[in-house]
Design a protein around this ligand. Structure first.
Ligand code: NAD
Ligand code: ZN
Length: 362
């Protein structure tokens, strides 16, 4: 049972908690300093149970959605809107800010795949769930919607652009959907799982391709687009990189599929002067990037953890108006006690799983 440790803390009783593709990097051992005894989970909603002395914006009983990044709201980075890079929530780190349940590399904060969780800087992150936002949509606003949206935003999509998204997980599917909001003229999603591609085709909607049907994904995209894609989005991250890293690390990671990285494909199939937007998460280990091509093609690479708090107001409006319907991605529901089974199904991409939701006992 977590306790208030600071006047700006609240304790939240979790009502919903998702498993994210990012959790699979922890699960597969791709993130260092993942200590035994740390609870995973950074996508959750819940009821405020207790509040620290400095909290005036929330009271016991409020139903909140909690952004996955922990942000103080006052450091130079938060003031710039870079809530994913907060300096105070992960003291001493030079890159990422604090994240719930995401190893000691992101501050060692306990996560929300639990009955209760301590929320630091609770006067900044949590948002009271508007009464007309359904609970399943609220939990998807903690990460999937902002991350997919920011992938498209960072890509600087110009009207009519051809956008290629690598990865048809929840993040890639959401990025494809959001690409249209920025004026894309054509959206193509690439993955190896046909059930996810089928979902993306309907939901985004978009063209889809299974990379196993391509002899060479880079040539395929160049041929399909003429000059290359205007924008490529990496919504895969360490999963694909991990495959390439297996031989380097000299041990087998629990990863499936092809042998190249989505980031590599993105850089090589974007047109000269194009943009590669990376929301896929990578550990600090070296990721082989064909940097000569980045320089010689004049590519812009933009990447970050999503700045959830900055994006929430406009994304709540998009969900409210129905432009984005994130709950449609939740394919599986498990009780929290069944979490091991949920991880097994999600990580092995069994049973048509796109997004699993955990519900703690009430
Ligand atoms: P997921 O594991 O459900 O989906 C990843 C998909 O990528 C799978 O469908 C897989 O088949 C596919 N894939 C694997 N290798 C590929 C390749 N070479 N080309 C194309 N597709 C390939 O994960 P998710 O929840 O959708 O998350 C996707 C990525 O986004 C992860 O790296 C996750 O850590 C990251 N993420 C980032 C942020 C952020 O703020 N930047 C937030 C959430 C998630
Ligand atoms: Zn997540």
């Amino acid at each position: 049972m977590p306790e208030i440790q600071h006047p700006r803390d609240v304790i939240v009783r979790v009502t919903r908690s998702c498993i994210c593709g990012s959790d699979l990097h922890l699960y597969n051992g791709a993130v260092p300093d993942t200590r035994v005894g740390t609870t995973f989970g950074h996508e959750f909603t819940g009821i405020v149970e207790d509040t620290g002395g400095a909290i005036t914006s929330l009271k016991r009983g409020d139903h909140v959605l909690v952004p996955f990044n922990i942000a103080c709201g006052q450091c130079a980075f938060c003031l710039e809107g870079l809530f994913g890079n907060c300096h105070e929530s992960n003291p001493g780190a030079t890159a990422v800010g604090g994240i719930f349940g995401y190893s000691h590399t992101t501050g060692g904060h306990q996560g929300g795949q639990a009955e209760y969780v301590r929320v630091p800087f609770a006067d900044v992150g949590p948002m009271i769930i508007p009464p007309d936002i359904e609970p399943d949509n609220a939990v998807m606003l903690t990460d999937v919607v902002p991350t997919g949206y920011q992938a498209a935003e960072m890509a600087g999509i110009q009207p009519g652009d051809t956008v290629v998204v690598f990865g048809a997980g929840p993040i890639g599917i959401m990025a494809a959907r959001c690409a249209w909001l920025f004026g894309a003229g054509r959206v193509i999603v690439v993955d190896e799982l046909d059930y996810r591609l089928d979902f993306a085709r309907q939901y985004a909607p978009c063209e889809v391709h299974n990379f196993h049907t391509m002899k060479d994904p880079v040539l395929f995209i160049k041929k399909a687009t003429g000059l290359g894609a205007d924008v490529c989005i990496d919504a895969v991250g360490a999963e694909a990189a991990g495959r390439a890293m297996q031989s380097v690390l000299g041990r087998k990671l629990k990863l499936q599929g092809g042998s190249s990285t989505a980031l590599h494909w993105a850089i090589n199939s974007v047109r000269k002067g194009g943009v590669v937007s990376v929301v896929g998460v990578y550990g600090p280990t070296a990721t082989m990037v064909p940097f000569g091509n980045v320089v010689n093609k004049g590519i812009t690479i933009r990447a970050n953890q999503a700045s959830v708090k900055r994006l929430l107001p406009r994304l709540v409006e998009h969900v409210r108006s129905g432009i984005i319907d994130p709950k449609a991605l939740i394919t599986h529901r498990f009780s929290l006690e069944d979490v091991s089974n949920a991880y097994r199904i999600f990580s092995s991409k069994l049973d048509g799983c796109i997004k699993p939701l955990l519900i703690p006992p009430t």
